[in-house]
Design a protein around this ligand. Structure first.
Ligand SMILES: [Zn+2]
Ligand SMILES: [Zn+2]
Length: 385
């Protein structure tokens, strides 16, 4: 595509991005040097920044785009309000674009922030011009249009976005007496940081990091990005298991959004949290390990002995998958029976305990296989060197 063919620039959006960036890069340090910022202005900045960030990750993204859990109106309302403050458009527009991103990932014409179109395009470029791939189409968010809070936020998006950008810093200014400091920090600097930390997910998290769960798309797992994005850096996992309320699936992975959603369930603000079964997660990892082993076997010297081992492991893997599927079917049958009968009895409890033990056994076997394959892949890499 040559320069003449590029769609027209969206001046309002470009102006907001550039204007706020200039104020954050020049105005904030200038005020800091000439007047100084009181710690209370930094505290206000941090609070509004976190409220904005969480509204996007827990609200716009995991709740509305992916239905990864359900939330009460008491939580949905602040998520919608602080989400509007981030100036990333209404929930409806955002979720519609994001669902297209997942469905058509890496597709040049259909993925609105397609990483194949370059780092700049996927970070911010896609919002600066009137691209065909960003055209509004709400046919994929009919479920959200039925949520009264989503519909209300979409209808009054502009006044809500303005109010939520000015009221918190003005309120902080009124409390502390330093209007300019709060407008600069909780107003402008907060907006710029909040923007780019979200945009990193579309750009860097599709370029930089590992692909432990799938290599069918460009999404990457990146622990450093997770630190900057309230846990959303585990993007390879997320693209493979998008309806999971967790992105950092291991307990030690930094995912404050996951912890918040979980903690909110203890006081009834969230419920029906979707979790991918542990076996399915390991299945994806092990399948990738076999893929790597295959690639290395093709390139290594005298691979016969290792090839036999890998083949044996693969047969065992297929067997585990079949056993898991059979167990899952049994589980569904029992679940239906339970619904049909009103009362619980000791036999069903005993039966369910047995089923659970079966699942755990298979999970454990797959965990051991994952460890063995790690060793095999290590040996294969050494043979290639
Ligand atoms: Zn997503
Ligand atoms: Zn993505």
């Amino acid at each position: 595509m040559n320069k003449e063919e590029k769609p027209p620039i969206l001046w309002l959006q470009a102006g907001i991005f550039l204007g706020t960036l200039l104020v954050a890069a020049i105005g904030v340090p200038w005020y800091g040097v000439s007047h100084g910022f009181h710690w209370s202005a930094w505290l206000g900045f941090a609070l509004v920044l976190v409220a904005n960030g969480i509204s996007i990750t827990a609200g716009y993204h995991r709740l509305w785009s992916h239905n990864a859990y359900k939330a009460s109106g008491l939580l949905r309302l602040p998520l919608a309000l602080f989400g509007a403050a981030t100036l990333q458009n209404s929930i409806l527009v955002w979720a519609s674009g994001h669902r297209r991103h997942h469905r058509y990932i890496d597709d040049f014409d259909k993925d609105p922030y397609c990483a194949n179109r370059g780092l700049w395009f996927s970070h911010i470029g896609w919002m600066l011009r009137d691209y065909e791939s960003s055209r509004e189409d709400f046919s994929n968010v009919r479920d959200l249009q039925r949520d009264p809070i989503v519909a209300w936020q979409h209808r009054y998006y502009v006044p809500l976005a303005l109010a939520m950008n000015f009221i918190p810093p003005l309120l902080l200014g009124w409390i502390t007496g330093d209007w300019i400091a709060n407008l600069l920090l909780a107003g402008v600097l907060r907006l710029v940081i909040s923007h780019h930390s979200t945009f990193f997910i579309n750009s860097l998290a599709h370029y930089w990091g590992k692909q432990p769960y799938t290599d069918h798309n460009s999404a990457r797992d990146n622990g450093v990005l997770a630190l900057l994005t309230y846990g959303e850096g585990y993007h390879n996992y997320h693209h493979q298991f998008q309806s999971d309320y967790r992105n950092g699936v291991r307990w030690w992975q930094f995912d404050p959004t996951k912890w918040l959603i979980k903690a909110a369930s203890w006081i009834g603000l969230t419920r029906d949290l979707n979790r991918t079964p542990d076996f399915k997660i390991r299945e994806a990892i092990v399948a990738m390990q076999f893929k790597h082993a295959e690639q290395s076997l093709a390139l290594s010297i005298n691979p016969e002995k290792l090839r036999t081992i890998v083949e044996q492991e693969y047969q065992q893997f297929l067997q585990s998958l079949q056993q898991w599927k059979a167990l899952r079917e049994q589980w569904y049958v029992r679940k239906r029976e339970k619904l049909a009968e009103a009362r619980d009895d000791w036999y069903r409890k005993w039966d369910q305990t047995n089923l659970r033990a079966g699942f755990r056994e298979l999970e454990h076997a797959l965990k051991l296989q994952q460890k063995r394959l790690e060793q095999i892949n290590l040996q294969l890499r050494l043979r290639m060197a």
